[in-house]
Design a protein around this ligand. Structure first.
Ligand SMILES: Cc1cc2nc3c(=O)[nH]c(=O)nc-3n(C[C@H](O)[C@H](O)[C@H](O)COP(=O)(O)OP(=O)(O)OC[C@H]3O[C@@H](n4cnc5c(N)ncnc54)[C@H](O)[C@@H]3O)c2cc1C
Length: 534
């Protein structure tokens, strides 16, 4: 692990004086001054041209655009950063933090760039991106079953490095391998082992963070309150997390996967209704999520609904068939539907790679998931009646085929055992499943965005009677600015931020605000849905 040998003593005296004074944005020649400030901070001699990009650099646009997942925000009119800093050492993170504060510039922190609303690379006020892409080492310790993973790694890189060392250890994080560890762990992070081992953030045991003063802290020096807040309280509020220490989990040498497809003509309405009653009660080793969409493939070429029951079982096929026979016989899963493989092969399977693809595909950071999209989320605590489900199908038929998708992810198991306040992520016992609503398109680009965004908002409205209430809960990693935002300039009151904050964090929101007030009272780390100080 690289460790920064950096303290406030390395700052010029004027810098120290300014850090303790109110921050002022200097109108004159920020670019040169900011670059000079950066070059003064670190003892190492890396030229800043190797890790800082300004709009006059020929590679500025490619560095900016490379990890932008949501093409809605890749337009000529999207606000662009004054600088992109891609730290090569922790010291560069500290320097970027200190110099941005000095010059009154906001920071956007980016790890994997998957934020649904683009908050890791967009801002309405002058800003700097700290892009963690170069800080992505993964050090796996098989003996004590832990790993230190730098924030710029993708979860695919983490999975790969674990499998490289040991095939019976794994980690419970995202299904999509290009998701960045930095943002993902900050908001909770779940995948196909959610019911067995909880969230990624439930399995974080230490972290290194650069705080608003530019100091590097670990769990011990940041204290338990801040360490609690960064595990699920959402990215970009408390500091730049440089690396995480995680507890690895045991996985069997053989797991079983299956993904049977069922259509309306094969009773999909009754099947998903029944799924709601059983999926959160099946053994923890089984995670069966449902992916729903509609297209024009009914026998007479008209619209139909389709569901894939995408399933991971942590064990062999014989045991799985027994579980399915007693727990969900209506799905009629057969041995022919099932494939046995190693856990790491199942990671590739659920990520959509061809069977037999080399594990190295997990190291490919350039995602094939880029598209135009608007997503939202809900939590379901009572089964939705069949009439309510049929109403969903009706609305799906009013949108273009294949544009809307729903993913229903069952809870229960380990998720129901962890208390609501163990970490800031509060959606635990009592949740049957989470819904991710997606509208995802490539045809028509941003011109058709208003139509699709309007459809998903109407659909969300339709779902009101069927989902959690007071608050209507939402998952912070499925960022949705429709549910409320902070003021872009000036302070945001506790009441205003509670509108979105309680949906993501329920009663933990108050504790997050107290931590923020203690560690970043001037609200240096801020964005449209960052935790505000009092
Ligand atoms: C295609 C796709 C698939 C997904 N699949 C899953 C899934 O299976 N399970 C799941 O739980 N989620 C999933 N997500 C959601 C994903 O977990 C979140 O979008 C997550 O925040 C992404 O992290 P990132 O580092 O890639 O994003 P970024 O856009 O880089 O960051 C997201 C937020 O975290 C902040 N942040 C980033 N890095 C740091 C850091 N080092 N320190 C402090 N703050 C930081 C950013 O400022 C921003 O506010 C998916 C998203 C997409 C687009």
């Amino acid at each position: 692990m690289k460790m920064a040998n950096f303290t406030l003593h390395h700052l010029p005296l004027a810098c120290l004086l300014l850090l303790s004074a109110p921050l002022i944005a200097f109108a004159t020649s920020i670019p040169e001054d900011f670059l000079q400030c950066l070059s003064l901070q670190c003892e190492n001699t890396t030229p800043i041209s190797e890790f800082v990009y300004t709009p006059i650099n020929s590679s500025y646009s490619s560095v900016l655009n490379i990890t932008i997942q949501n093409l809605r925000f890749l337009t000529p009119y999207t606000p662009k950063p004054l600088f992109i800093v891609t730290p090569l050492h922790v010291c560069h993170v500290q320097a970027a933090t200190i110099c941005s504060r000095w010059y009154g510039l906001q920071i956007r922190i980016r790890s994997g760039g998957h934020d649904y609303e683009g908050l890791s690379y967009l801002s309405e006020v002058p800003f700097v991106i700290i892009d963690m892409v170069n800080l992505r080492s993964v050090a796996v310790n098989v003996e004590d079953k832990t790993a230190w993973v730098e924030s710029g790694s993708t979860v695919g890189e983490l999975y790969y490095r674990i499998a490289e060392k040991n095939r019976t250890l794994g980690f419970p994080a995202s299904v999509c391998p290009t998701v960045g560890v930095g943002g993902h762990f900050s908001g909770g992070g779940y995948g196909m082992m959610l019911r067995k081992y909880g969230l990624a953030a439930d399995n974080v045991i230490d972290a290194q963070l650069v705080n608003a003063q530019g100091q590097l802290q670990d769990r011990e020096s940041m204290g338990e309150d801040l360490f609690w807040a960064i595990r699920g309280g959402g990215g970009g509020s408390f500091g730049v997390v440089v690396s995480w220490k995680v507890k690895l989990v045991p996985v069997p040498s053989t797991v079983t996967v299956f993904s049977p497809l069922r259509t309306l003509e094969q009773n999909v309405t009754k099947l998903v209704h029944q799924w709601q009653l059983v999926a959160n009660k099946l053994p923890d080793d089984l995670f069966m999520r449902v992916i729903l969409w509609s297209d024009n493939s009914s026998p007479n070429g008209t619209r139909t609904m389709k569901a894939i029951f995408s399933t991971l079982y942590l064990g062999g096929v014989d045991a799985l068939l027994e579980v399915m026979k007693s727990g969900f016989p209506e799905l009629n899963v057969t041995r022919q539907d099932c494939i046995e493989m190693s856990w790491i092969e199942s990671v590739l399977y659920f990520a959509g790679f061809e069977r037999g693809s080399p594990l190295e595909v997990l190291l490919n950071r350039s995602s094939n998931t880029k598209s135009f999209f608007k997503d939202k989320s809900d939590y379901v605590k009572e089964p939705i009646p069949e009439s309510g489900i049929e109403g969903m199908w009706k609305r799906f038929y009013e949108e273009d085929e294949r544009v809307p998708i729903m993913i229903w992810s069952p809870y229960g198991g380990k998720m129901a055992e962890i208390s609501e306040s163990a970490i800031p992520f509060p959606h635990r016992a009592g949740v049957l499943y989470k819904i991710l609503y997606i509208t995802d398109w490539t045809n028509g680009g941003n011109e058709v965005a208003p139509k699709h965004v309007s459809w998903i908002r109407d659909f969300y409205c339709y779902m009101t009677p069927y989902v959690s209430k007071s608050p209507r809960e939402a998952y912070i990693n499925y960022r949705d600015l429709d549910i409320g935002t902070n003021n872009v300039i000036g302070n945001t009151s506790y009441e205003q931020a509670s509108v979105w904050g309680k949906k993501y964090f329920k009663n933990n929101f108050g504790s997050l605000v107290l931590v923020k007030t203690a560690v970043d009272p001037h609200n240096f780390f801020r964005h449209e849905q960052s935790i505000p100080p009092l």
